[in-house]
Design a protein around this ligand. Structure first.
Ligand code: SF4
Length: 333
């Protein structure tokens, strides 16, 4: 992973680490280059009147604070954006998302690195909600790597069936538990090089564990992260490892973990894959892809998800400052 900006950009102040997200979360104001920003090249320029309406109509959601402050700014003329301007814009996106999602956190329930590692492996091809509804039963039966390594695969398959692909996932989590038992004394290692030796553990899973259970900064390039940084024109890459490297050049290392949470929160709640809720988005003024989704404020508001739309979140046990409702257990959903 590239770490080149870490030495040259010094964050001004620290942000309190979030439960389950132990990497430092630090605003980037002081890290910004000093040259004046150039206007972002927009795919579609919204009319100022539309933007003002966006802010006014979004008053019931946590996005309102940023939206009302930023929504009325008119788009400026299209002009190729310099690298410096792009970096300034990217860091501003991060700062504004930090205000909107001050409560951003990993959306998997876990109590220790082992639970986070297993939950992250189970989250492939399903929602964090489904994993969170499934893991309490699994961890009650097999609380440690030694327990899971020695488990009857058929019993594990039954317990994790709701997450889908349960046979392959059973093989993975029993296999990686055996590797933890045999090679790491039953403990989850806190180094990338060790984590990726575990069966079924790639860089994405490793960074989730490192960032949230060990406080080691990491960028999590999942489907939401990829989509959003490409929409924002922070990268044109489509390979996760290359995206990770380019994004690492833009942001200070201290921001990597919380940046990942904020971007993923935004992707899950507002900037959806198929129909982004542009009309209810608090960062329209920074987004070249404004207009790719629904721009009518009232219609966009109906697209909001989780706490932004007044619905439960994904965690059964969210952090205390989560403004939404906890997810229901499996038998209640
Ligand atoms: S919702 Fe629309 S305006 Fe907001 S970040 Fe996504 S594409 Fe850009």
């Amino acid at each position: 992973m590239a770490e080149s900006n870490d030495r040259t950009v010094k964050p001004k102040k620290s942000t309190k680490a979030r439960p389950g997200a132990t990497a430092a979360a630090t605003p980037t104001e002081a890290a910004e280059p000093a040259a004046p920003a150039k206007p972002v090249t927009r795919a579609k320029a919204p009319k100022p009147a539309t933007r003002a309406k966006t802010a006014a109509s979004d008053s019931a959601t946590p996005a309102t604070v940023a939206a009302s402050a930023n929504a009325a700014k008119p788009a400026k003329s299209a002009k190729p954006e310099s690298r410096l301007a792009m970096v300034r814009r990217a860091r501003r996106i991060n700062r504004e998302l930090a205000e909107v999602y001050s409560y951003a956190h990993p959306e998997l329930d876990f109590r220790n690195p082992f639970e986070l590692l297993i939950a992250t492996v189970l989250s492939a091809q399903t929602t964090d909600l489904r994993v969170n509804q499934t893991t309490p039963g699994l961890f009650a039966a097999y609380p440690t790597a030694e327990d899971l390594a020695a488990a009857d695969p058929e019993k594990v398959e039954e317990l994790i069936r709701p997450t889908g692909f349960f046979r392959a996932k059973t093989k993975s989590i029993i296999g990686l538990s055996a590797a933890l038992r045999d090679n790491f004394g039953g403990q989850v290692p806190g180094r990338l090089d060790d984590l990726v030796t575990l069966p079924g553990v790639g860089r994405k899973t490793a960074f989730v564990v490192l960032g949230n259970a060990f406080g080691v900064p990491g960028i999590t390039v999942d489907t939401h992260f990829m989509r959003l940084v490409r929409r924002w024109k922070l990268t044109e890459q489509d390979d996760p490892v290359k995206i990770e490297a380019e994004i690492a050049e833009i942001f200070p290392k201290s921001e990597w973990t919380m940046l990942s949470h904020r971007v993923i929160f935004h992707g899950r709640r507002i900037c959806h894959a198929r129909k982004p809720a542009c009309g209810a988005c608090p960062i329209t003024h920074l987004c070249p892809a404004y207009g790719e989704g629904e721009t009518d404020p009232e219609k966009a508001k109906k697209l909001l998800k989780y706490e932004m739309g007044g619905f439960p979140g994904q965690r059964l046990n969210p952090p205390a400052d989560y403004p939404g409702r906890p997810a229901p257990p499996l038998d209640a959903s």
